[in-house]
Design a protein around this ligand. Structure first.
Ligand code: C5P
Length: 435
């Protein structure tokens, strides 16, 4: 179990229904031995009461920027110096926007400016608010400033819709505290947990042990992953069985080689390492647009997504009703072809090193070779799907082809397979640069 004895944590709570989970989180932090002081925004007080938090934290709950009770009269400086970690859960869209812009208009936002401790945010909001470009760009700004973002999960939201935006469960936040903060680069590393320091050392020594042709430091990788959803009407969609696991494992493996990874993901319920930038999309057209806006400064592009080949030509604005009057038993959907995102990237004037995936039910090698040539790819990873292979399983095998070569990666767990594939991608990428 995570041992936080001797650690001072400021738990910031902003306004949102997920604030109730902060109470459980507070208990878990205390149970792990941390000293916790709570800072609550005005809006959060509509969801949880300061008294509950005071009793559980055993400290007065802070809300005001200037308090006569504070020893120096300036609570925010005392708290900022006291904290080893500033954990804000839930972080609302409004709060994220405020700190992305450096505002100091309440105690919690001021603390974010005043502290040198690592800042960790667990966002929680409606999916449209989370996916809104304004929120996503605020998140990017914060990531650049080394704020750790615990990406929200997919799931049923308080408003009844399903999508990304649910705050991570307290257990997952505790787990992230234990492991994922290892890549934190804070101004105040002395105050990081000792186990985080040793994890970071391990990571760095792993990077040191890599042969130069396997390292991807200073390399930007753009990836697609997961399925796409093509709407039929506001309720139904066409999709496929992709779990996203291969792509997410590969993102992690590439990040372990030192790459700077951006993952454009269709809907799935997987988490990424904190340093992987993830952008949620739903349809193939959304995915295409997201790729186009990010591709120009990437050295490697990897398409693991199971993009729907077709979309409904005219999705209905209203739910399509079973026809009560008519006796017809069939419904015809008119489908049109989606753009081939991978082929588009590979045919750019100065294409990045471009890797495709091919999931086939037969003649894997022949189809993969044909795809490598027709899409002008640098590499293709092909696998047999169906009969317990490929989608929705935890193990996989791959046949990897590139112009003039190929390698078999035998059946193994997807993460181990992804690590082998990541090294092969790095080797071929470096070989291509040299030639
Ligand atoms: O032609 P096929 O769909 O089998 O090609 C699979 C590869 O192409 C995968 O890497 C997939 O991510 C990518 N792809 C794409 N856009 C599409 C269809 C497939 O990027 N519309």
């Amino acid at each position: 179990m995570l041992n936080l004895t001797g650690k001072n944590i400021v738990l910031g709570i902003t306004g949102g229904i997920a604030a109730y989970k902060a109470i459980i989180l507070l208990r878990q932090l205390k149970a792990a031995g941390a000293e916790v002081q709570v800072v609550i925004t005005d809006a959060a007080q509509a969801f949880v009461t300061p008294l509950t938090l005071q009793v559980l934290s055993n400290h007065p709950v802070h809300n005001n920027l200037f308090t006569p009770q504070a020893q120096s009269g300036i609570d925010h400086i005392e708290l900022a110096n006291w904290a080893n970690i500033l954990l804000i859960a839930p972080a609302s869209a409004d709060f994220i926007a405020r700190i992305a812009n450096g505002l100091a208009n309440d105690l919690l936002a001021t603390l974010c400016l005043a502290t040198t401790a690592p800042i960790i945010l667990a966002p929680a909001m409606n999916q449209n608010m989370w996916l809104h470009p304004a929120t996503q760009s605020n998140i990017q700004i914060l990531k650049i400033r080394q704020v750790q973002i615990l990406e929200p999960e997919m799931g049923i939201q308080a408003c009844g819709t399903v999508g990304p935006g649910r705050m991570l469960e307290p257990e997952a936040i505790m787990a992230a505290l234990a492991s994922n903060v290892t890549k934190n680069t804070t101004q105040d590393t002395n105050r990081l947990y000792s186990n985080l320091d040793s994890n970071l050392d391990n990571l760095n020594s792993n990077l040191d042990n890599l042969r130069p042709e396997q390292s991807l430091t200073n390399t930007k990788v753009l990836m697609t992953a997961g399925p796409t959803r093509e709407p039929i009407d506001p309720i139904r969609y066409i999709s496929n069985r992709s779990s996203g696991r291969m792509g997410y494992s590969l993102a992690q493996a590439l990040e372990e080689l030192g790459a700077q990874v951006s993952l454009i993901s269709g809907p799935c319920a997987l988490s990424v390492p904190l340093s992987v930038e993830r952008l949620w999309v739903e349809t193939a057209l959304d995915m295409e647009q997201a790729v186009q806006t990010r591709i120009s400064d990437c050295q490697i592009f990897i398409a693991t997504a199971a993009v729907a080949d077709y979309r409904v030509a005219n999705p209905s604005v209203q739910k399509i009703k079973k026809s009560l009057q008519s006796s017809e038993d069939t419904l015809t959907l008119n489908l049109i072809k989606n753009p081939d995102i991978l082929a588009q990237v590979a045919s750019r004037p100065n294409p990045p090193f471009t890797v495709g995936f091919a999931a086939e039910t037969q003649d894997v090698e022949a189809y993969a070779k044909a795809k490598l040539d027709s899409k002008k790819l640098s590499m293709i990873a092909a696998n047999l799907v169906g009969a317990g292979q490929g989608f929705e399983v935890t193990e996989n095998a791959l046949l990897v082809l590139w112009p003039g070569g190929q390698r078999n990666l035998v059946k193994q767990p997807k993460l181990s397979l992804a690590r082998n594939l990541a090294r092969l991608i790095a080797e071929r990428y470096h070989a291509q640069i040299k030639s």
